[in-house]
Design a binder for this molecule. Structure first.
Ligand code: DAK
Length: 260
């Protein structure tokens, strides 16, 4: 699949790199780029060779947010139709049934922080800067920031983040629980890959179920979440990977998972 603003490559380990590539605008997320994210997410979700995904801006900025120049002249009806209909790029990334890691360098602002939030884990370089400056533009976060950020770091810290529109360095973000790991910029992609490898040595079906349980559970009450988890837990006993994992334990050897 050809993209205008993305570069997608999968290595021999099955780790796909989804790199935003609009450096002249600090990877600002225009409608076309957001739609491409959705198409890339569909493709990576379906591709059986892909076992984990790293979303990154590469050595440049992660993303400086939604495209302010594209949005500036619009009125509510335009936004309801164009942007309202197209949260899909973000949500499709969130729903890829495989581990998805954001590897963040430079600015991750507004929609950039929101894009990192639809990933399962965030590895950030020492120079990364996060923030939701939408309020300084007279708007609010519109791609999940007011919903996903408080679920991750708690409502009071999220309100400070959103109400102030301030920029935060990685140390502050680590303290508030926004990022999983802070690494030197030169090691960013390798560290993200290491984390991906630690996940994909496990079975793909169990990983997909674990991700679904956490994400579904965050959207529902405890007892519905527990019921969902119990069903997934039980269903995993119909997989070859469960038989292999438990046999390997008994035989004191390393499991060879097939994702079946
Ligand atoms: N939009 C458009 N262009 C941007 C941009 C942005 N968000 N950020 C940077 N650029 C462009 C700059 O205009 C400049 O272009 P030229 O002037 O060279 O043509 C180029 O990138 C380089 O930027 P700067 O010259 O400004 O570079 P600096 O190093 O001086 O500053 C900065 C970097 C990142 C601090 C600064 O550019 C900045 O403050 N950018 C805006 C950050 C921001 O306010 N972000 C929030 C945007 S609102 C939704 C989807 C998405 C969203 C909402 C809904 N749906 C699907 C429903 C998201 C909304 C937002 O994020």
């Amino acid at each position: 699949m050809e993209f205008k603003y993305l570069v997608v490559e999968t290595d021999e380990e099955g780790i796909a790199l989804l790199r935003l590539n609009r450096p002249e605008a600090k990877n600002a997320l225009n409608l076309e780029l957001i739609a491409e994210l959705g198409d890339a997410a569909d493709m990576l979700a379906r591709d059986e060779k892909v076992r984990a995904v790293i979303v990154t801006g590469g050595e440049g900025d992660f993303a400086a947010g939604g495209d302010i120049k594209e949005m500036s002249g619009k009125y509510a009806p335009d936004m309801l139709v164009a942007y309202g209909a197209d949260l899909s790029g973000f949500e499709k990334i969130e729903r890829i049934p495989k581990p998805v890691i954001a590897a963040v360098n430079g600015y991750a602002l507004g929609g950039g922080t929101e894009l990192a939030l639809v990933c399962d884990m965030i590895v950030a370089s020492e120079t990364a800067v996060f923030g939701m400056p939408e309020i300084t533009l007279g708007i609010i976060p519109g791609a999940g920031g007011t919903q996903r950020l408080p679920r991750l770091i708690g409502p009071n810290r999220a309100k400070e983040f959103i109400f102030s529109g301030s920029f935060y360095d990685v140390e502050a973000c680590r303290e508030m629980g926004l990022v999983n790991k802070v690494v030197p910029a030169a090691d960013l992609l390798e560290e993200a890959k290491k984390l991906a490898r630690r996940c994909i040595r496990n079975g793909a079906v169990a990983l997909a179920c674990a991700k679904a349980c956490v994400n579904e559970g965050l959207n529902t009450d405890l007892y519905s979440g527990l019921a969902y988890e119990r069903k997934c837990f039980s269903l995993l006993f119909s997989t070859e990977d469960q038989k292999e994992g438990m046999a390997a334990f008994k035989e004191k050897r390393k499991a060879e998972f097939k994702g079946r």
